[in-house]
Design a protein around this ligand. Structure first.
Ligand SMILES: [Fe+2]
Ligand SMILES: [Fe+2]
Length: 261
């Protein structure tokens, strides 16, 4: 059972006039809605990758995918409520056609434990993004978006924890050491390129400059991105002693900023 239901959110209570001109918010929410609602494609790939591991495959199908899809629906409804002139379906059709071709098993890590680490990196990204979105929504006094973003944030942290369990399970066979774990995490961070965001932006804001949107996200991140939380989550699989963790944290924090995550 999902912990929340987007149908119970009071979209009618949104002060539309107050935020309708917020073009940055429109783009961020619309892009997130596109990527989330496309989770069915990832789910198929993940289920294929972990075929034979019944607990994981059934969790992916019965819990992970419906939750990710709900994130997409909740955000889509938000877009439709606040920016009714935007043709979500038409723009999404183009996104799905183009991005769907790139969602293949080629992007996966070579082993099951490594892919679990990669999923933890992805869920760290989403957990922290929705945490930032919650704080941003509060800062512009938009309680409905804050509620939605907070709900999604909690789901993403839960996904992270489940993939963490999966990593620990598979690493009992694969015995990845700290150096290898760090390499996988770092490689996945670097791979978390803007490909999906770039394609979504193209269909959401046709003809508009992607670089200027990226510059806006950097300004947003400086103020709202929870770097500390991201670093803690990324370093967790290393099981470092606290003093080592603290010493390493600032280095990783710097890396995150350089990567613009
Ligand atoms: Fe999600
Ligand atoms: Fe997730």
């Amino acid at each position: 059972m999902a912990r929340w239901n987007y149908r119970e959110i009071e979209y009618g209570a949104i002060d539309v006039a107050k935020i309708q001109d917020n073009d940055f918010l429109f783009k961020v929410v619309a892009i997130a809605s596109f990527i989330e609602i496309t989770s069915d494609l990832y789910e198929k790939n993940l289920a294929e990758f972990y075929a034979g591991d019944e607990p994981i495959v059934s969790w992916l199908e019965s819990t992970w995918e419906p939750e990710e899809i709900q994130h997409g629906r909740a955000l889509r409804k938000y877009v439709r409520t606040v920016w009714p002139d935007f043709d979500w379906d038409k723009a999404y059709e183009g996104f799905r056609r183009e991005y769907g071709k790139l969602c293949t098993l080629d992007e996966f890590q070579p082993t099951r434990a490594r892919e679990m680490l990669a999923r933890m990196v992805v869920e760290t990204g989403t957990s922290t993004l929705y945490r930032a979105m919650t704080d941003y929504a509060k800062s512009i006094d938009e309680p409905i978006l804050a509620e939605i973003a907070h709900n999604i944030h909690k789901d993403e942290v839960y996904h992270y924890e489940e993939f963490d369990k999966g990593f620990e399970k598979y690493n009992e066979e694969e015995h990845l050491g700290r150096t290898e774990i760090t390499k996988v995490i770092y490689a996945r961070l670097k791979m978390a390129s803007d490909e999906d965001i770039f394609i979504a932006h193209k269909y959401i804001a046709p003809g508009e400059d992607f670089e200027s949107f990226k510059a806006q996200t950097k300004t947003f991140a400086k103020e709202f991105y929870p770097y500390k939380m991201a670093v803690k989550m990324l370093m967790h699989p290393l099981h470092l002693h606290r003093h080592v963790e603290n010493a390493t944290a600032s280095t990783i924090q710097g890396t995150l900023r350089v990567l613009g995550i």
